[in-house]
Design a protein around this ligand. Structure first.
Ligand code: FDA
Length: 313
């Protein structure tokens, strides 16, 4: 119920200033974000891999209108990939990229590349570096207005890097139709419920409707020939995934579970101990505001945790 108002409020400049300057914010951020520096990300990767978990790393940033900022994000990923490779941690790792962080919304200015062309160029450079060191790339999904552009970039990228992954949101009505083109051999798709405040015209409805849609999409992916990546912490969805995996005769190496850094870490280890592949989404960097507010909006308990820390100071 609180989700949409929190997401809407988080777009206000005053709320942003209040949250980013609150003295307690850092302790809350540390719960969901691995740290601000590349070395923090590496330390988290080393810990998770030692526990048998896979990783996908997000160099935090989104919604930039500035080509220079988009370039800095690309450079951040390139630095990360070099550091992962040097530390012997790159093989099997993945990076998750938001196209809005690498220029998808940058407006035209003179003859410089902008918009989708700029984003495609940036993510292509990231993919070249990732594939060069045994890592992979996934495109995060953002709000519904960006999806046609994201799928166009995905098609271009997959011509050269066929197993670039993509996230899809069960909460959008269009998703089953989009998935029809994404269940071929080797197609890596991360299914999530969806973290953005979407209008009724494009969304399937309330939380119960989103859960039903999530099951329907899981079924499409697990019945297909691709590599489903089930991004959810929801115990019911995880249980239903188990039944569908049996129904479709999926082997443990033909799909994976994914969860966010700091959320249900015991469940991540439990699934791994049962022989499932589990990948943890590890965000790091200084631009954590948008990521943090989506995590607070998802779960009232997280917001209470944040407010309690404010009061108890
Ligand atoms: P739901 O929100 O219904 O929660 C079920 C249970 O999970 C809760 O009762 C609680 O136990 C636990 N839980 C869930 N969220 C929690 C939280 N924030 N803190 C503590 N406990 C929590 N979205 C998007 O729009 N684009 C994307 O690219 C991605 N990428 C992505 C990658 C990965 C690996 C994951 C796991 C998720 C995303 N998401 C995302 C976010 C996703 O859309 C969704 O908002 C969250 O995963 C929360 O939905 P759940 O499926 O976990 O269920």
């Amino acid at each position: 119920m609180l989700r949409t108002p929190i997401l809407v409020a988080s777009r206000s400049a005053q709320v942003r200033t209040a949250v980013t300057h609150a003295p307690v914010t850092r302790s809350v951020v540390r719960r969901f974000v691995a740290g601000e520096a590349t070395t923090d990300a590496l330390a988290a990767v080393a810990r998770l891999q030692a526990d048998g978990l896979r990783v996908t790393l997000d160099h935090l940033g989104e919604d930039t209108l500035d080509a220079a900022a988009a370039g800095r994000t690309v450079q951040g990923y390139l630095t990360l990939l070099t550091a992962l490779d040097d530390a012997g941690l790159a093989r099997g790792a993945e990076v998750s990229v938001k196209l809005s962080a690498v220029g998808q919304a940058v407006p035209p200015s003179g003859t410089s590349p902008h918009g989708p062309a700029l984003a495609l160029d940036g993510v292509r450079r990231i993919a070249e570096a990732a594939y060069g060191c045994g890592a992979r790339v996934n495109l995060d999904v953002e709000d519904h207005t960006t999806i046609d552009g994201m799928l166009a970039v995905l098609r271009d990228l997959r011509a050269d890097f066929p197993d670039v992954g993509v996230a899809m949101q069960a909460m959008l009505r269009r998703t089953p139709g989009d998935l029809a083109d994404l269940t071929g051999p080797g197609s890596r798709v991360r299914l999530v419920k969806g973290a953005y405040a979407e209008p009724d015209s494009v969304s399937v409805g309330d939380a119960a409707a989103v859960d039903l849609a999530y099951v329907r999409c899981m079924r499409l992916l697990l019945a297909g020939q691709g590599y489903p990546m089930l991004g959810t912490h929801d115990p019911r969805m995880i249980e239903i995934a188990g039944s569908l995996v049996e129904e479709f005769g999926r082997t443990p190496d033909s799909f994976e579970h994914q969860m966010l850094y700091g959320i249900r870490p015991d469940e991540q280890l439990r699934l791994r101990a049962e022989g499932r592949q589990v990948r943890v989404y590890v965000p790091y960097g200084t631009d954590w505001y948008g990521y943090l507010t989506r995590r607070l909006a998802e779960r009232p308990a997280n917001l209470l945790f944040f407010l309690r820390s404010l009061i108890s100071r």
